[in-house]
Design a protein around this ligand. Structure first.
Ligand code: GLC
Ligand code: MG
Length: 521
């Protein structure tokens, strides 16, 4: 079967508040993104995923939706959205929306009705109980909030301002499917579904068991094992219903945000692959940066993938530390090569293609509700949501106003303009890697076989034609080789075309993509 665009393609995540401001309010917006589409085309990505753009009190910066079928004025209008989609499509770029089905804003009219009285027809659209159990909020504290007006508690997996919808109620299912249809008919190419594994909770509200591995100082949410609040078997019925709806349209993609161990994660492809097309594989966000470990998880993922399921890999997102800070600037280059040469759809996070690092945020400047509620243990997400660095102009060309989060201190050097002009920059590396992946069907579709993990070296073949060798350490390494080949790309960007015979010499932190002789298509 012909591979689909999301199998061949590369997904690029934009956090709309931080990509490009067009009106000087210090917050990125849709016209801003539109103005930067040519950059994305130049970079070579195939799809743009936008974090939520809907009307929202912004308690969780858009992940608290007050109206699913409109655009928040801070980002623009529905017309701006239509223009963005048309302009993206004109450039061959797909548009993927964030869909937040687990919870609404407490300002959503549905919740306003639901909380109005115990007998309101929408009472059962949310999860109300007379007394709390031990369930915890992901953002600290109990997940139950007393609503004094009616004397009951409602469940919120995240902020109290984000009440969970009751997906056991068919009316909720219908209304939320209507939301998907609204955007599908408007021409969006797919959805990234927020916290998909959370949608269904235990119907008997049993307590969650304690986590024996939890210690004081760790994320308090992890004090319990979320057995009864997440990854419930019935969630798969909902995923299937979403997928059926998407299948009424052509080539739309269903991506799920799911943080689970691999053997649980792959269940979300669904029986007979009738679930999500791409349950996000987040392994690289937290894996120890160690060749043996990475090889192990690549092999485990390949082994666990159901027959016919399409793999995917994610290197960064708006919730987790940036890769350049996690593994260091030098290794971030190897990470780029890893992401873009693994088998499966890569997702990259805006700014990682420049090597943007976490930006320290002063305590009084904190915006993220997670950091405010669970302070001081490094969970805050502001550092990874700072404005995109376009140029050396004031505020890196992001805004004419006062940016909603501070710019990185190094933006005069680390920015698109500077890196465009530098043939060895991170941006140049990303562009070359992406161009190679686009040009070489074997890098998009070819098999993957791990051939070596020795010390710091991770090496694997892609199809018949390519070999990737990554030095994840600071010492030079030599990899013996029975085949002869030529360097297609070095992460140092200076060995292209060099012949390689009998062995590959890897410099510190170097990744090499080599083309094997007679291995072409
Ligand atoms: C997801 C989002 C995160 C948000 C949370 C609650 O994990 O990625 O940013 O805070 O859901 O909606
Ligand atoms: Mg703006």
């Amino acid at each position: 079967m012909e591979p689909l665009w999301w199998q061949r393609g590369i997904v690029y995540q934009v956090y709309p508040r931080s990509f490009q401001d067009s009106d000087g309010d210090g917050i990125g917006d849709l016209p801003g993104i539109l103005a930067r589409l040519d950059y994305l085309r130049e970079l070579g990505v195939d799809a743009l995923w936008l974090s939520p753009i809907h009307p929202s009190p912004m308690k969780d910066f858009g992940y608290d939706v007050a109206d699913y079928t409109a655009v928040d004025p801070v980002f623009g209008t529905l017309e701006d959205f239509d223009r963005l989609v048309a302009a993206a499509h004109a450039r061959g770029i797909k548009v993927i929306l964030d869909y937040v089905p687990n919870h609404t804003s407490d300002q959503h009219p549905w919740f306003q009705e639901s909380r109005a009285s115990r007998h309101n027809p929408k009472r059962d659209w949310y999860i109300w109980r007379d007394a709390p159990n031990n369930w915890l909020s992901n953002f600290g504290g109990s997940a139950w909030q007393l609503d004094p007006a009616t004397g009951q508690y409602y469940y919120h997996a995240f902020l109290p301002e984000q009440p969970d919808l009751n997906w056991r109620n068919p009316a909720v299912v219908e209304a939320m499917m209507g939301v998907l249809r609204f955007w599908l008919e408007r021409g969006v190419d797919g959805f990234r579904v927020d916290v998909l594994w959370h949608l269904i909770k235990d119907k008997d509200f049993q307590d969650n068991p304690p986590n024996a591995d939890w210690r004081e100082g760790m994320d308090p949410y992890n004090a319990l094992v979320p057995l009864n609040t997440t990854d419930r078997p019935e969630v798969h019925d909902i995923v299937r219903a979403m997928r059926r709806l998407l299948d009424e349209f052509e080539e739309r993609v269903l991506i799920g945000e799911i943080y689970l161990p691999l053997e649980r994660l792959v269940q979300y492809y669904g029986a007979d692959l009738e679930g999500a097309h791409l349950p996000f594989n987040f392994q690289l966000l937290s894996a120890p940066w160690d060749a043996r470990h990475l090889a192990g998880l690549i092999a485990e993922y390949e082994r666990l993938l159901p027959e016919g399921a399409w793999p995917n890999w994610v290197l960064g997102n708006h919730d987790r530390p940036r890769i350049a800070s996690r593994v260091g600037a030098a290794q971030a280059r190897a990470a780029a090569m890893l992401l873009l040469t693994l088998r499966g759809t890569p997702t990259l996070y805006y700014g990682d293609e420049l090597g943007m690092a976490n930006v320290p945020i002063a305590r009084e400047a904190v915006q993220d509700p997670f950091e405010k509620r669970v302070p001081g243990i490094g969970l805050g997400r502001d550092p990874i949501r700072t404005p995109m660095q376009w140029s050396a102009e004031p505020n890196a060309g992001f805004t004419q106003g006062r940016p909603w989060l501070p710019l990185a201190g190094d933006y005069a050097r680390v920015n698109v303009d500077a890196q465009r002009a530098d043939a060895r920059s991170m941006l140049s590396l990303y562009r070359k890697l992406i161009a190679l992946r686009r040009a070489e069907p074997q890098l998009q579709l070819g098999s993957l076989e791990i051939i070596e993990t020795r010390g710091d070296v991770l090496a694997y073949r892609r199809g018949e034609g390519f070999l990737v060798a990554l030095n994840l350490g600071r010492e030079p390494h030599r990899l013996p080789l029975s085949l002869s080949c030529a360097v297609a790309l070095s992460t140092h960007l200076e060995r292209e075309g060099e012949r390689v015979e009998k062995r590959v010499e890897l410099r510190p932190n170097e990744g090499l993509l080599v083309r094997l002789d007679d291995g072409g298509d």
